[in-house]
Write a protein that binds this ligand. Structure first.
Ligand code: ADP
Ligand code: AMP
Length: 221
């Protein structure tokens, strides 16, 4: 990471299904900054059957978090690449106080800091409904929802024609554990970023275009 003209570091915060990936992709396309999703990197590694992917699978399958040291090293390597020099939209990382601390230290060493942390607030009932209906493109990771954002042709990605699939960890039992893990291990980050003066809340229970408009307005203010 190198300091040029105040790079924008945004951390998307919210429970599983809150819309982090959906909004991160929109911000990434609008602002021309890379979207770095720790979950996507783990899934890509799993698809390629790398040792990292196989290790992560043991945790992902039951909705637990991959250990901090593994996750931190993986994301720091990604952030050190040149396309992140102007900033980045982080989606799914950090998820623990140890990860947030490691990120802050790495940014501080490069005279940088987190710019803004949008917290997407969504009720538990809506989260469960969103994850049950979520479908993801195998090829380009575009996100759909059977009811709220269906593809034009059933089972096919509008953007690249890839096959849409239901994530293995979007089944009701794993979702319940992921929500538990979120409240126990990730929710403390709300206080952490509030104390750092970078947190702001958004009502994520609105149509995605409305969330998008409010998010962009806040980031660009
Ligand atoms: P996260 O990355 O926080 O887990 P996603 O962005 O993958 O969440 O969204 C979860 C599911 O909910 C997806 O199927 C997505 O299409 C849908 N979704 C996202 N935002 C909204 C919204 N504002 N209203 C309704 N459905 C949404
Ligand atoms: P996501 O795609 O963000 O819903 O993440 C899917 C799964 O990947 C999680 O349930 C975890 O098992 C793992 N994972 C993703 N990001 C992290 C992280 N920052 N720390 C630990 N585990 C993670």
């Amino acid at each position: 990471m190198t300091a040029t003209s105040t790079p924008l570091y945004v951390v998307m915060l919210g429970a599983p299904g809150a819309g982090k990936g959906t909004q991160a992709r929109m911000l990434s396309e609008t602002l021309g900054l890379p979207q770095v999703s720790s979950g996507d990197i783990f899934r890509e590694n799993l698809k390629n059957q790398t040792p990292l992917g196989l290790l992560a699978k043991q945790y992902m399958d039951n909705g637990a978090l991959v250990p901090d040291d593994v996750t931190i090293n993986m994301v720091m390597e990604r952030l050190s690449r040149s396309d992140c020099a102007a900033g980045v939209i982080l989606d799914g990382f950090p998820r623990t106080l140890a990860q947030a601390d490691a990120l802050d230290k790495a940014l501080k060493a490069a005279n940088l800091a987190i710019s803004r942390v949008p917290l997407l607030e969504v009720s538990d009932d809506a989260l469960i409904n969103r994850l049950a209906g979520r479908r993801v493109c195998r090829d380009c990771q575009a996100m759909y929802h059977l009811e709220f954002n269906p593809p034009a042709v059933e089972g096919k990605c509008d953007k690249c024609g890839g096959e849409l699939y239901l994530r293995a960890d979007d089944n009701p039992d794993t979702v319940r554990n992921r929500l538990f893990v979120y409240y126990k291990q990730t929710a403390p980050l709300i206080g952490y970023y509030y104390a750092h003066g970078v947190l702001f809340s958004l009502n994520g229970d609105q149509p995605m275009e409305q969330v998008q408009a409010e998010l962009l307005a806040a980031i660009q203010a």
